[in-house]
Design a protein around this ligand. Structure first.
Ligand code: GLN
Length: 474
């Protein structure tokens, strides 16, 4: 069932919040794909009863009566929050993130926390301390990452909505690999408070749903000004669900010249070509744009993200919270705690980050990477003088085999080639299913100008009105 039907059923009293929650929890308990880190049956049933008992109060809220799963990166009061790491495997936060609070306020019921790459570092969900997640279309394949659990949860029809975070593509890439819709909002639209930090200048939370409609409603719930996050936008937030009905007219949509030279798989390109013709049928004009800088984003990201993570993760020292190694001597304690508590990918990034920030290498790496980031932002600004949106595939490939990382570690980083540019510039982007090849979904994405979420959701929704890719289920 999609989000809209589920919410209608609650509003029309065809199903109570408690029944919806119990049905979803049954599926959580039968999950064979390792999608979840925790199952919150007790608190979820209680909360659902409260919503049912106060039907009039909740019925018109954006997520009324709908079960939701949250990525285990969001702190949840009195509920274990692991960030996919041994380091936080025993961490019970004393407060909740703004995102999960907002979703509660909006009438949803949190039923589970989803599996993820450790500290959101990864593109395949294989770096999780709690083991890899299987792709609902084929469990020998990865669901994408780092929000792979949240994407698989919606694709497997366990909940109709879930939350994720996208620092370099972690919402859009798993959405594409699992055949659902996922959105990374403009940096600053959604509060980062209570969301465990990886790369603070790019981390941004966003919605997953089967379609643009579900993403719009969930984003309505998630987005709010929050004084506890100094980078949170103070602009008035528009109502995204209402924006779906607006008429934005015929658009100029940018298509990147020679995109096929970037190493995109032929099946993905075929789906992309087909979607271009759908956009034309809807009355939009395709305009070729020069964007040869696109592929340099990845080099910049894999310097800046490790640099910020090396700083953010210094707080995990075995003293303040989380895992602590058994040692009496303080420096031994720090070292052992961090050696035992972090996985290999996280350690690799901390090492790279510390190196690129060190006195002798700062100018050569970190400063250069920031210059490339600025160039990327300027380039987007130029492009958006001519076009309303940019359309491109979300990923180079479809879902791939587990353990691929073993043969070529850099290949995994390359996965983010098409998603990272939007993160570097802080722009909003939405990925939606736009084809089906080899019995697996393919994703396409729109990137828009700052705070144009309404336009992105509206345009994706128009496509979904005339195509069926988002209705396919494993
Ligand atoms: N795959 C990218 C990385 O490993 C992006 C992760 C993310 O968006 N959280 O860093």
């Amino acid at each position: 069932m999609n989000f809209r039907e589920q919410r209608e059923n609650f509003r029309n009293k065809k199903i109570s919040a408690k029944e919806a929650v119990q049905e979803a929890l049954c599926k959580v308990e039968n999950d064979k794909l390792n999608i979840f880190i925790s199952n919150l049956r007790d608190s979820a049933e209680k909360r659902a009863e409260e919503i049912d008992n106060n039907f009039e109060k909740y019925k018109d809220r954006p997520l009324s009566g709908v079960p939701i799963a949250h990525k285990d990166i969001f702190c949840t009061e009195n509920i274990q929050t692991t960030c996919g790491s041994k380091m936080l495997s025993n961490f019970i936060p004393p407060y909740s993130s703004t995102v999960t609070r907002n979703c509660d306020e909006a009438g949803s019921v949190m039923i589970a926390k989803t599996n993820m790459d450790e500290f959101a570092m990864g593109s395949s969900n294989e770096t999780s301390f709690f083991g890899p997640v299987g792709n609902p279309w084929n469990d020998s394949l990865v669901p994408g990452g780092s929000s792979g659990g949240s994407a698989a949860c919606v694709a497997a029809n366990i909940t109709s909505i879930s939350t994720g975070t996208d620092t370099g593509g972690s919402i859009r890439q798993p959405a594409a690999l699992c055949g659902i819709t996922g959105m990374k909002p403009t940096y600053g639209l959604v509060s980062r408070w209570g969301m465990i930090a990886f790369c603070s200048s790019m981390d941004q939370a966003g919605p997953f749903a089967r379609d643009a409609f579900g993403c719009a409603a969930l984003l309505d719930a998630m987005a709010s000004y929050d004084g506890k996050d100094s980078t949170c936008s103070k602009r008035d937030v528009v109502n995204f669900e209402n924006a779906l009905a607006e008429d934005f007219g015929a658009l100029n949509i940018g298509i990147i010249k020679n995109i096929e030279d970037l190493g995109i798989n032929n099946d993905v390109l075929e789906a992309y070509e087909h979607s271009k013709s759908v956009l034309q049928q809807l009355g939009h004009t395709l305009k070729e744009i020069d964007f040869s800088e696109l592929s340099s984003g990845i080099c910049s990201y894999y310097v800046i993200a490790p640099a910020e993570c090396s700083s953010n993760l210094s707080r995990f020292d075995g003293v303040k919270y989380g895992y602590r190694s058994d040692q009496n001597n303080i420096s031994e304690l720090y070292m052992k705690t961090r050696s035992e508590g972090f996985g290999d990918e996280v350690k690799k990034r901390i090492l790279i980050g510390t190196h690129v920030l060190s006195a002798g290498f700062y100018d050569a790496y970190y400063l250069k990477a920031q210059q490339v980031r600025r160039m990327m932002k300027n380039k987007f600004e130029d492009i958006f003088k001519d076009v309303d949106l940019i359309f491109m595939p979300t990923t180079l490939d479809q879902a791939f085999e587990k353990n691929r990382q073993d043969s070529d570690p850099n290949r995994m980083y390359k996965e983010d080639l098409l998603t990272i540019p939007a993160n570097l510039a802080g722009l909003p982007a939405i990925s939606f299913p736009n084809g089906f090849k080899n019995n697996l979904p393919v994703g396409g994405q729109f990137v828009g100008n700052y705070f144009k979420e309404d336009l992105l959701l509206n345009t994706a929704n128009k496509i979904q009105e005339v195509t069926d890719w988002h209705k396919m289920t494993p």
